[in-house]
Design a binder for this molecule. Sequence first.
Ligand code: SMG
Ligand code: MG
Length: 368
Amino acid sequence: MRIERVELHHVEMQLAHPFETSFGRQATRSCILVTVHADGLTGWGECTADSGPWYSYETIETGWHILRDFLIPTVLGEEVETPDNVVQRFSSVRGHPMARAGLENAVWDVLAQAQGRPLYRALGGQRDRVPVGVSVGVEATLEELLGQVERYIDLGYGRVKLKIKPGWDVQVVRAVRERWADVALQVDGNSAYTLADIATFQALDQFDLLLIEQPLHHDDIVDHAQLQAQLGTPVCLDESIHSPEHARWALDIGACRVINIKVGRVGGLTAAKQIHDLCSERGVPVWCGGMLETNIGRAANLALATLPNFTLPGDISASARYYREDIAEPDFVLNDDSTMSVPDDPGLGVRVLPEQLHAVRQRHYTAS
Ligand code: SMG
Ligand code: MG
């Protein structure tokens, strides 16, 4: 099929509840939505770069620039038969994985629609539902945090991830563990610690955590290997893994025993699947991370998480966890067994709502 037109939409959406991590608190969430038009079909992708360089160096502005000036020109007017054709065309661009993922994933959607298959089938997934959990941000007080955790457990989430930072870690995890002895629990430091904090990690080691996510520097694997050697709890890497190569390097030196795969951070569904396959060969479980996606990115995450080595619950919570009104329907809801069902319609299986999109859109660009 020939790619006839590509659109970029910079959107900013109000969060249902502010979300705080070790690097800051946010009340809104911005992203770039990418639309690809080909053969009368429309595919959608979500570039998960945020308004500022906090989780990653990529931002809305860098994403817009890289997409408009470098990535879109490599595919516009071109014939595309498989997602690999797009990956090849992007190979001259270094870095900027979130920008690449936004456009590549829109092509996956349009190609799957053309084949009349749901995206998860196009990816090779087998399951029609996947285990999911919820990520709970830092709160102002321990009481508020416990209230949030209780609310999510009451809603049916069987796995809870707590955001931690120095001063908000061992005592918080202890309080949650004392109250919910059996809940599947994990923590995420978002790079707020160093090896000098080993005592904190040894204390966390007693709480039967599923994993400790990205405690050290956002680009490190060497210190993480040292940390992993001293802990019983698996270390899970998030920020440090930007590509299949990074995943291999980390596994080769024992930097982690689990990998969080985020489709934006690793540069698209093709790379995400490659990391999944590598980890599968090495006997390393993976799970699907989240970036507060709209229903567009959420649908792509769910499709990815149907691959067999996604054995740990993903950060794929119900649409209502972040947004009162999403820009696409249907909303995703939690099943009774803390799983989420995967759409069965062709492609992503969600429909963008033009009025909702216009209501939150800050900027629009069309290339044709
Ligand atoms: O989509 O539920 C979600 C968010 C999950 O905690 C989450 N993501 O480091 O894993 C992570 C964070 C990054 C959030 S950046 C604002
Ligand atoms: Mg993380």
